[in-house]
Design a protein. Structure first.
Length: 438
């Protein structure tokens, strides 16, 4: 029977890929106590033979083998996959911070492409694509049944060309349609600005190999002319990236102790990573913003800061990608992306499928114009003919610098309520610190 199968397919030896046939036994021996039942491998070769002989169209042998490998890996979890030579090259380009496409990090859910996060200042972000959107059509092609690699390949077409994304979004009665123009995506990993005197803001869009050095430079720039009394670190819609980037960013704020550890089945997949002395903020308060688009490396940072009580985590629960993928190059230039371990926070919490729960839950809100007017309030100063203050009367009862700060707060509350509340939290921490010192 075995000889007949070899003759009918011509590929049994190639299929088993180094598996040794144990003559006279009912298994193919692999290593240690791992074994493949002969009957299962026999079924595979029989299916291969049937497709070759009976399928309505002739199918290339290489395609059949590649599709079988893809199916084997995609059946494990949403993040394991096979990368042919061109896909492997694209992956390597993506980690450098410059690549072509729409600017979204995606995964698979129930056969559809799920948006983990749009990347800042990219076509997808500007078009209004949001974290947790389900993409159901790419142009006129249904996504159902498509592999993630095939979907990404379609979205990554040539710059200056359009693609139509049909999206299902929670809370929307019908699918949304977006026409997006592809472009070269140049991701700036770190951005920074002052929110108010003494209070800085740093946003990390994704984790690259240079992210930690960019972060330290950003903090140094904020500290040039003034002492930082508090910092907001924005990790919202940050889909992750390079593990070392997350470890080094965490290390920038923690003096010692465990940052993260991984556990897998083999020794090479189990590691622990510890902080080195030094805090770039010199102990100043830190607030970290997260949401459902914060994944993987972002969750490592948030989890470490939370366990060490180094930062207050604000926002909504993170995505929950707590697994480690290892890229293993194969002899023909292709690669396997295989989930090999799970991440754990310093206190032993697994991020996988649970995410990081914020210390202060705060949803994204839009403040209406009427609410903005109500926030500004009404006082004696607004009444016609009010008595003047003997120490001096002014139109709004505040000096110019205070008025400017109030206007900035109103604008921030209108455009980014979560950030507005994070800033208020930092101010509260400063006041508490001053009271304790006094």
């Amino acid at each position: 029977m075995l000889n007949q199968l070899r003759k009918s397919t011509g590929f049994v030896t190639g299929i088993v890929l180094g598996v040794t046939l144990a003559i006279g036994h009912s298994v193919y021996a692999l290593k240690d106590d791992q074994q493949i039942p002969f009957e299962d491998l026999q079924a595979f070769t029989e299916v291969f033979s049937k497709v070759k002989s009976d399928y309505v169209e002739s199918v290339n042998d290489k395609k059949l083998i590649e599709d079988a490998i893809r199916g084997m890996l995609s059946g494990l979890d949403p993040h394991s996959s096979y990368l042919n030579t061109s896909e492997f090259s694209e992956l390597k380009i993506g980690t450098t911070g410059q690549f072509g496409g729409l600017g979204i990090e995606v995964g698979m859910e129930n056969g559809f492409v799920k948006v983990i996060s749009p990347i800042d200042d990219t076509p997808a972000s500007r078009a209004g694509i949001q974290a947790s959107d389900l993409i159901i059509r790419l142009d006129d092609k249904p996504v159902k049944g498509m592999s993630l690699n095939d979907a990404v390949k379609i979205m990554r077409g040539k710059p200056s060309t359009d693609i139509v994304l049909t999206v299902v979004r929670e809370g929307e009665a019908k699918p949304l349609v977006f026409t997006i123009t592809r472009e070269i995506i140049r991701v700036k990993s770190v951005k920074n600005r002052m929110l108010e005197p003494g209070f800085g803001y740093v946003r990390i869009t994704n984790f690259q190999s240079r992210t930690s050095s960019d972060l330290l430079k950003a903090i140094s720039d904020l500290q040039k002319d003034q002492t930082l009394e508090g910092l907001v670190l924005d990790l919202r819609n940050n889909p992750g990236g390079v593990l070392n980037g997350a470890i080094e960013v965490s290390d920038a704020f923690i003096n010692d102790g465990l940052i993260v550890y991984t556990e897998g089945r083999v020794n090479d997949s189990s590691h622990s990573y510890n902080a080195t002395p030094g805090d770039s903020l010199n102990g100043a308060p830190l607030v970290i913003l997260i949401n459902g688009g914060s994944a993987s490396a972002s969750e490592i940072v948030a989890g470490a800061m939370q366990d060490h009580k180094r930062a207050i985590i604000v926002g909504t629960k993170s995505f929950g990608k707590g697994s480690v993928q290892t890229i293993q190059e194969l002899h023909n230039g292709s690669a396997v992306k295989l989930t090999t371990a799970r991440y754990f926070t310093p206190k032993g919490r697994s991020i996988q499928a649970l995410g990081i729960e914020p210390d202060i839950k705060l949803s994204t809100l839009k403040i209406s114009a009427n609410a903005q007017k109500a926030r500004k309030g009404f006082s004696e100063n607004d009444l016609d003919g009010h008595l003047s203050n003997p120490n001096g009367d002014s139109k709004n009862g505040t000096d110019e610098s205070t008025a400017k700060s109030v206007n900035q707060d109103d604008n921030l509350a209108e455009t980014d309520f979560q950030l507005f509340e994070a800033l208020n939290l930092l101010k509260g921490l400063r006041i508490m610190s001053q009271l304790q010192a006094g």
